[in-house]
Design a protein around this ligand. Structure first.
Ligand code: TYM
Length: 331
């Protein structure tokens, strides 16, 4: 994959608790690479997080935890615009305008809505249904070219393109059409306890995911308990889904070639492979955890970074919003 240059990059993540290695490998690791030669906007999407039941008292803390993890993982406020969605009102404003132009049928097809509304049944809200329209607004406000995400977000990016195309045809060519950027090796990191489900922080069992702040002990335990197929067979093409997932995690953290990894473990048993994998994850996460310990207590600094990010984001976002107002006859 050649790394894009001189593009507008936008992505976001929900501040729901701590981040897991699926978020890191599927999204954040790409964000870090992309911040260097592009104009990058990385958002903490608190207005998306409130579309399912949540605790208002702890949301400000989770937002700051997420900001600290962004920085600890390697996002640099001098290279990226890092901000909180609700600090830039243009997101919610554009979402309403786009909602008036989005057919219900398109939203009805969204698989994430179907999954999430099944989990929340009678508490499912209009906000949850409209979630992808707010996501489209996030992306389109910045005239984004590239949206680095995991596989589960591809459908939302396709919808964003459809919304933008329809708007451009009907009103005027206002929006850039964005493209999803997924790293195929890490686009879908699976649960450690059920390789048919994606790794998710809303999973009932914490054994199924590794968070960026898990202790070395917890990481070793979770990896040693991770399900595997009966016979050890470390092949990227012939292993079952559980081992393929562990190999994908190994490859993403080690950045070694498939061939090297297969050779390295050709005659290994599960214990040896799992212990190397746990060591590798710990080795990668411990510097992030150390930086997190230093960055997180400095609330004032975090708030400054976010205020600065919101001011920069708002400059771009309000321009796009003003054009949309004018084209829609609201000026
Ligand atoms: P969220 O918060 O669920 O996830 C953040 C990012 O992590 C990726 N991801 C994964 N990648 C690989 N394997 C996994 N198991 C895994 N789990 C999560 C997600 O694909 C995502 O890239 N709707 C978005 C947030 C959002 C957004 C946006 C993203 C709001 N506005 C605009 C991009 C652009 C979400 O809920 O992500």
């Amino acid at each position: 994959m050649t790394t894009p240059k001189n593009k507008v990059v936008f992505s976001g993540l929900q501040p729901s608790g701590t981040l897991h290695i699926g978020n890191y490998l599927g999204a954040i690791k790409q964000w870090i690479t992309l911040q260097e030669n592009n104009s990058a906007f990385y958002c903490i999407v608190d207005e998306h997080a409130i579309t399912v039941p949540y605790d208002p008292a702890s949301l400000p803390t989770t937002v700051l935890d997420t900001a600290a993890l962004y920085l600890a993982a390697g996002l640099d406020p001098n290279q990226s615009t890092i901000f909180v969605q609700s600090h830039v009102p243009a997101h919610a404003q554009l979402a309403w305008l786009l909602a008036t132009q989005t057919p219900l049928g398109e939203l009805n097809r969204m698989t994430q809505f179907k999954e999430k509304s099944a989990n929340h049944q009678d508490r499912s809200t209009l906000g949850l249904f409209a979630y992808p329209v707010l996501q489209a607004a996030d992306i389109l406000l910045y005239q984004t070219n590239i949206v680095p995400v995991g596989e589960d977000q591809i459908q939302h990016i396709e919808l964003t393109r459809d919304i933008a195309k329809r708007f451009n045809n009907k009103f005027d060519a206002v929006f850039t059409l964005p493209e999803a950027l997924v790293n195929k090796n890490t686009a879908r990191i699976m649960s450690l306890t059920d390789p048919n489900k994606k790794m998710s922080k809303s999973d009932d069992t914490a054994k199924s995911y590794i968070t960026l702040t898990d202790t070395a002990d917890a990481i070793r335990k979770k990896i040693s308990m991770a399900v595997t197929e009966t016979e050890p067979n470390f092949s990227f093409t012939n292993s079952g889904p559980a081992v393929t997932n562990l190999l994908a995690i190994y490859q993403a953290f080690s950045e070694q070639s498939v061939q090297d990894i297969e050779n390295q473990f050709a005659s290994s048993g599960y214990q040896e492979f799992k212990s190397s994998l746990a060591d590798l994850i710990i080795e990668h996460l411990s510097p992030i955890q150390e930086r997190f310990q230093t960055i997180r207590p400095d609330t004032k600094h975090l708030e400054e970074v976010l205020a600065d990010g919101a001011a920069k984001a708002a400059q771009v976002a309000t321009k796009t919003l003003a054009i949309v107002h004018e084209k829609m006859g609201l000026a």
